[in-house]
Design a protein around this ligand. Structure first.
Ligand code: HEM
Length: 398
């Protein structure tokens, strides 16, 4: 009975449902799991299954029956796929290899000194004023400048890139708008690629200029798709995570004090924020073949949400799953995905968070949020966000 009641309430689950908040959704997921319902069901957007169990999601993340070709977001919209994620094999591997030209195991170390310079310059930019909005003045520009470093773009073009990202994110669910957003990205990307063909450099845009797909140079659409993916996967996610991290750490005086006393604890704080507050609740798959998961039939054609936010609070894997613990051992959260589509940028994202927090707490240890403990909100595409973080501190000269 309890099972049936919680499933009825989860039938309304969607980030698009104005009645649903991230907090309510997490409480419902917890109730469903406790009621013995690890595969829940929403009837929103044509209906989809919600995988709440950590082990289930890990298992299905390398199963080709769970296809990404219909897109990783819902509702399904006619727009160019975001590579590599929105391709199944064998195309997925071709795209993933292309992305590895720009984001590999060495990228994080390579760009860290530059990211630190950017972070320090941003802090110095607002230090004298005694106040800032940590979203606008820090969480947005830090990852944006990091993406400029990866792509090899002049940081002065950061504002232009931000506008292209905003336009893309606002239009991923709107075919007409998406076509215009991809068109603008194509124009931007093709001009940069042509410039690198004339004057090669050591950057991702030069790799794209030289890259081949099926034995021919990349076409205009493929360049736009690559730009769109890097801006959504690499920039928007990191901005949201940086916001969540600053919000969580600065809303907890004891955590902030511990990190100032021992900055070596910062990576543990970053992992706890990743676990408890992933930038998206989860992403979708469509079944290419029928599978049984935990006794529930996921039939060919069904939609399925891999719900990382719920998996990361699975009590079978994490002790006291709702608590923020700096001493958590083996924090094996799924926020960077798992298996076939595991995030290529995870080391870069972790480095941006660590460097951001190291420099902010070192330079402005007295920084306080005007409104700690804010509520998270859903925006389009089930992103879980906080829109602004006003903060104050004693002004210092640069
Ligand atoms: C907080 C920051 C980030 C989070 C939470 C995040 C999360 C994810 C997740 C969950 C996936 C898997 C998608 C799926 O299974 O459907 C993914 C894939 C991917 N991410 Fe990230 N990401 C972040 C930052 C980055 C950055 C900075 C980059 C690049 C510089 C990046 C590049 C990619 C790429 C290329 C893929 C596609 C992998 C594939 O499909 O084979 N990500 N990311």
């Amino acid at each position: 009975m309890a099972d049936q009641q919680v499933n009825e309430r989860l039938a309304d689950y969607s980030g698009y449902n104005p009645e649903m908040t991230p907090e309510k959704a997490l409480a419902l997921f917890e109730e469903a799991r406790a009621a013995g319902c690890p595969v829940a069901r929403s009837e929103q957007m044509g209906g989809f299954h919600i995988l709440l169990d950590y082990d289930d999601v890990k298992k299905v993340s390398s199963d080709d029956a769970f296809s990404t070709e219909a897109g990783m977001f819902r509702p399904v919209v006619d727009r160019p796929p975001l590579p590599p994620t929105e391709y199944d094999e064998p195309e997925h591997t071709k795209w993933r290899d292309l992305f590895r030209l720009g984001v590999d195991a060495k990228t994080s170390d390579k760009i860290e000194p530059g990211v630190r310079e950017d972070v320090v310059a941003l802090i110095e930019g607002f230090a004298a004023s005694g106040s800032c909005d940590l979203v606008r003045d820090f969480a947005v520009p830090v990852p944006l400048l990091a993406i400029c470093r990866i792509l090899g773009l002049d940081p002065a073009r950061g504002a232009e890139l931000r506008a292209l990202t905003d336009d893309l994110m606002a239009n991923l669910e709107n075919p007409a708008g998406a076509a215009a957003a991809y068109g603008a990205l194509a124009q931007f990307g093709v001009a940069e690629v042509e410039n690198r063909r004339a004057e090669p450099r050591d950057d991702f845009m030069t790799s794209l200029a030289n890259a081949e797909m099926d034995g021919r140079p990349l076409n205009e659409n493929e360049i736009a798709q690559t730009m769109a993916s890097l801006l959504s996967a690499g920039h928007e996610t990191s901005t949201v995570l940086m916001t969540n991290m600053l919000h969580e750490v600065l809303s907890r005086p004891e955590v902030r004090a511990a990190l100032i006393a021992d900055p070596k604890l910062i990576p543990a704080a970053v992992e706890e924020v990743l676990r408890l507050h992933p930038p998206v609740m989860g992403l979708y798959r469509r079944m290419k073949e029928t599978r049984d998961v935990n006794g529930v039939e996921l039939a060919e054609g069904d939609d399925v949400l891999l719900c990382w936010a719920a998996n990361n609070r699975d009590p079978a894997v994490f002790d006291a799953p709702n608590e923020f613990r700096l001493d958590r051992k083996r924090n094996r959260h799924l926020t960077f995905g798992w298996g076939t589509h595991a995030c290529l940028g995870a080391p870069v994202a972790r480095m941006e968070m660590r460097v951001g927090l190291e420099e902010l707490l070192k330079r402005l240890p007295d920084i306080e949020l005007t409104e700690p403990g804010k509520d998270y909100k859903f925006t389009n595409l089930e992103w879980v966000v906080i829109e602004s973080l006003d903060a104050t501190f004693a002004p210092r000269s640069a």
